[in-house]
Design a protein around this ligand. Structure first.
Ligand SMILES: Nc1nc2c(ncn2[C@@H]2O[C@H](COP(=O)(O)OP(=O)(O)OP(=O)(O)O)[C@@H](O)[C@H]2O)c(=O)[nH]1
Ligand SMILES: [Mg+2]
Length: 476
């Protein structure tokens, strides 16, 4: 009979452990998106911060692995893709740790971060073989504007130009767009192109898009890369614009137009943009995502008014098309993505009093559901939550004309003064025209409430429910 001494047994156990560990380590690609300023940077920072500081006051009761005492630790580890910029976690955290704390700077383009989460598996068989397992989470932050480009893949330059012309001449965009449309319409589309003139008009079109987004709070921005060019800034591939006078040109002549003519060059760049920018994003990145969270700031458009809100609705419809890959022609043709869970989060919920959160969730749900009707969704489980990645207000009751009403208190961005207010009621459904008549909502942008140290967990609302939905089933 073979004799196994303790040392051999230990080596054997170690080897078995390594083997099983290797087998049971799991991996997930989690994508985070939302239109600009929707709260992506704050969200990822808080997501990571909650996990790496799990033992210091983080409140994650709804995250089962923690609730069941199986969570061991989480840490940041070097990211997988070396060609994608790193998500600047330290820089973002330093905004929250300074005195007084502030919000992180806006970011541009795509970035990545990898987290390793060690935990004790629940499964007894697995537990017998190994004490711990690791879940690697690759988190990608990318602009939601990039998803607004998907419909371009199904449109010719002519179709896109006509659709854009229609959008630009609609009431809300009309006034600002008219001067550029006038300039475009004066051009001879078949003359040999003056590249400098073309670049000038493309810049003007980009300025217009930036104005729509940042000054008017509109959401439908196409092409999405124009306002978030990343490393393509000033590249000719981003120098084109919709031709707004198709109705007055001979279509045969257009079809035969040379690439050196103005219209030919616009068309050639549009086609190149679809190939090298839009398709490339879907093929290089989107195809690898396992799970997606879409952040939506519904409160700013509610505050800005009906046009802005309607535009958010339209943008969400366009964004949803990227998840309609079951039967969609574009996707069957190009590739098959594998996203198996989709979470919609209404961000900045700490801007409203707690009893309004339910309304906020159901409002976002309606926005999403509306487009779900129009699309053929495969069975992707979806959920909707109202969250605050970094809770920046306190809630309580206040006295208003002798009655107790719910209020929030926070520090207004830009001045250090504390404000207490009832910001208004969030409609539980897509608001009707009456809703807009009495300026229903008073949105105040709040600064982070109090600074934390690097090793402290940030205050939040429902980040634990986010974690459970996105990771819970992978960490059993
Ligand atoms: N009160 C509150 N405000 C938030 C929260 N998250 C984000 N904000 C506000 O929203 C702004 C934008 O947040 P970011 O996280 O930078 O948004 P982003 O989507 O990364 O923005 P870009 O990088 O510019 O696309 C912040 O500067 C804050 O003013 C939150 O949880 N609570
Ligand atoms: Mg950002």
């Amino acid at each position: 009979m073979a004799f196994i001494n303790n040392e051999t047994l230990n080596v054997f156990k170690q080897k078995a452990n390594q083997l099983v560990n290797r087998t049971f380590d799991k991996h997930i690609n989690l994508a985070v998106t939302g239109l600009s300023r929707s709260g992506k940077t704050a969200f990822i920072t808080s997501f990571v911060n909650q996990l790496v500081n799990e033992n210091s006051q983080s409140k994650l009761d709804f995250f089962n692995v923690i609730h069941q005492g199986r969570f061991i630790a989480a840490k940041r580890v070097p990211q997988k893709s070396l060609h994608v910029p790193r998500f600047a976690y330290e820089k973002s955290m330093s905004a929250f740790t300074q005195e007084p704390p502030s919000w992180p700077e806006p970011t541009h383009g795509i970035s990545e971060l990898r987290l390793a989460i060690r935990y004790q598996p629940k499964d007894s068989l697995l537990k017998f073989a190994t004490d711990t397992a690791t879940l690697y989470v690759d988190i990608t932050d990318y602009p939601g504007e990039w998803l607004l480009d998907l419909p371009l893949l199904n449109q010719t330059f002519e179709e896109w130009s006509e659709a854009t012309n229609l959008l630009l001449t609609e009431s809300v965009r009309h006034e600002k767009s008219q001067p550029l449309i006038d300039k475009i319409n004066q051009l001879d589309p078949f003359e040999i192109v003056d590249e400098e003139k073309l670049a000038e008009l493309a810049t003007e079109y980009t300025q217009l898009l930036l104005h729509f987004r940042h000054e008017m709070g509109l959401s439908v921005i196409q092409p999405g890369r124009f306002i978030l060019p990343g490393d393509l800034e000033n590249a000719p591939i981003l120098q084109f614009f919709p031709y707004t006078n198709f109705k007055s040109i001979d279509i045969n002549r257009y079809q035969n137009a040379d690439d050196n003519s103005l219209i030919g060059m616009l068309r050639a760049r549009y086609i190149e943009y679809k190939e090298r920018v839009v398709k490339a994003f879907y093929k290089e990145h989107f195809i690898n995502f396992d799970r997606q969270i879409i952040l939506a700031d519904c409160l700013t458009p509610l505050n800005s008014g009906p046009d802005s809100f309607k535009d958010l609705q339209h943008a969400l419809n366009l964004i949803m098309e990227s998840f309609n890959y079951g039967k969609s022609g574009i996707f069957t043709r190009l590739f098959s993505p594998k996203i198996d869970k989709l979470l919609f989060a209404a961000t900045k919920a700490d801007h409203v009093t707690p009893e309004q959160h339910e309304h906020l969730t159901s409002l976002l749900n309606q926005l999403v559901h509306q487009s779900k009707h129009q699309l053929n969704f495969d069975e992707i489980p979806m959920a909707t939550l109202a969250i605050a990645s970094v809770k920046s207000t306190k809630s309580g009751m206040g006295n208003y004309q002798g009655t107790q009403i719910p209020v929030i208190q926070g520090r207004k961005v830009g001045d250090e003064q504390l404000m207490t207010l009832f910001p208004g009621t969030v409609p539980a459904k897509i608001p009707s025209s009456e809703f807009w008549q009495n300026k229903p909502f008073n949105y105040v942008s709040f600064a982070p409430f109090q600074s934390v140290t690097e090793n402290q967990a940030l205050p939040h609302l429902r980040m634990d429910q986010v974690l459970e939905f996105l990771l819970g089933d992978k960490i059993k």
